[in-house]
Ligand binder design. Structure first.
Ligand code: EPZ
Length: 417
């Protein structure tokens, strides 16, 4: 199993361009099924979750072409509406295919999706929403069968502003006759990206970025060309690398608006953040200060995908920080690993009380999920001695060439297959 071996203590300095956004690319890849015309995607992140989604598209009959810096996908010959169990279990975002497959074929058969072990990840909101659009959903023997001959626009209220459910339902509604209104929709920037893509296809979607998204269904949609927006979580992760190593890192081609919750907490930790039109520079100001309270929540709240990385900074802060994980019910799997490195953390339900120590020490640790794994790498960068992060492939799910970027910034890090 791949490992990352990190010799801590270097101050990271330099500049990097941030990769395309994983959580924008994945639903847009699924949207390729909404048309029988070719689609083109630029600045796509070369990460394993994307490659998995591409293999799912190929399995159901789509053509996938890699042409220099662009992806070409042609689903004209797509004919399967059954999601292969093995592929569906590999990544959570296979669930995004349900809406488009249903809209395209009026049938869909899925097993329960896999994905990061960050708690129970139900899909009840997806299924309840599809039922509101006239879909007959039956769950038998671990499989979900959707029969959508009567797919039509309808009123959906999400009990929780689920990102995936919002995206799935937008895509199903895009080809459902009539009007669909999704209330208590997720407001993440990735939802706006999907709206723009569907509208470029000839769709009629409004309200993305607010809690109410309105879709007027169409009988058919055309192709699209999309350039992935920068990944705000990858950007935030590298910003935290500057904080924990007391370094200075400039991130190019970011959208500062997407980073304000992160920027605010980094400033609270005492580091300097300079904001430019499409770049940010983070300059460490010595040992971070404690962050009194970080609570994760739906956008524009503090992103749950940055919670683990903030834990690492809190581990070496001058005081005591409190971090509350309010989105997922089991997203502290990085904590026992940080404790092996000398962190002083107490977990009570979904609350982590973190008393900062002067320095962490290197240890053998294991990445249990994508962002937790990234947080362990950050911990290795600032720890005394050598840290080995096992199961590094989990990190490859969301970060392009993570160790190469960090090496360019001065980290002593290498991969061992
Ligand atoms: C998306 O996951 C992201 N993944 C996650 O990023 C991100 O953490 C999450 O949104 C929240 O921002 C992609 O976009 C591919 P949710 P998703 O549905 O859609 C509960 C990363 O590291 N829920 O908004 O799966 C769920 O259990 C990944 O890049 C239900 O109860 O997240 C969770 O507690 C990790 N029923 C909460 O809602 C449902 O039907 C938020 O989940 C669906 C969700």
């Amino acid at each position: 199993m791949a490992k990352l071996i990190i010799n801590g203590g270097s101050r990271l300095e330099g500049e990097i361009a941030v990769q395309g956004a994983k959580n924008a690319a994945l639903p847009v890849l699924a949207a390729a099924l909404l048309t029988d015309e070719p689609v083109i995607i630029y600045n796509w992140p070369a990460i394993s979750d994307v490659y998995h989604m591409l293999s799912i598209l190929e399995h159901i009959g789509a053509y996938v072409g890699f042409e220099k810096d662009r992806l070409v996908i042609d689903t004209r010959r797509a004919l399967r509406w059954e999601m292969p169990d093995k592929l569906a279990k590999e990544i959570r975002s296979s669930i995004f295919m349900m809406g488009p497959i249903l809209a395209r074929f009026r049938m869909a058969r899925f097993t329960y999706p896999g994905g990061c072990e960050i708690g129970n990840r139900p899909i009840d909101l997806h299924l309840k929403g599809l039922r509101s659009l006239g879909v007959n959903v039956t769950e038998t023997g671990g499989h979900i069968m959707c029969e959508g001959r009567r797919l039509k626009g309808g009123d959906v209220h999400l009990d929780y502003p689920s990102v995936g459910a919002t995206e799935n339902l937008m895509m199903a509604a895009a080809l459902a006759p009539g009007r669909t209104v999704i209330r208590n929709a997720a407001r993440e920037p990735e939802i706006i990206e999907l709206q723009n893509v569907i509208n470029q296809m000839g769709g009629d979607v409004n309200g993305a970025g607010t809690s109410t998204v309105v879709i007027e269904g169409k009988s058919r949609l055309g192709g699209f060309t999309y350039r992935c927006m920068p990944d705000r979580i990858a950007a935030g992760t590298y910003m935290m690398a500057a904080v924990v190593t007391d370094g200075k890192i400039t991130l190019k081609n970011v959208i500062p608006e997407h980073l304000f919750a992160i920027t605010s907490k980094i400033r609270e930790a005492g580091a300097k953040v300079d904001i430019y039109d499409d770049a940010v520079t983070v300059t460490g100001q010595g040992r971070p200060k404690e962050m009194h309270l970080i609570e994760t929540g739906p956008y524009p709240g503090f992103p749950t995908d940055m919670q683990a990385q903030m834990c690492t900074a809190a581990c070496i802060a001058k005081g005591t920080s409190i971090i509350v994980e309010s989105v997922f019910d089991n997203r502290f799997k990085h904590v026992p690993e940080l404790q092996r490195m000398g962190a002083n953390i107490v977990i009570k339900n979904n609350v982590a009380v973190i008393r900062g120590v002067e320095r962490l020490h290197g240890a053998e640790v294991t990445a249990m999920d994508l962002r937790g794994g990234a947080a362990l790498v950050l911990a290795g960068l600032c720890a005394q001695g050598v840290t080995v992060v096992d199961q590094a492939k989990i990190i490859d799910r969301g970060y392009e060439t993570f160790e190469s970027e960090l090496s360019l910034l001065g980290a002593d890090i290498k991969r061992e297959e």
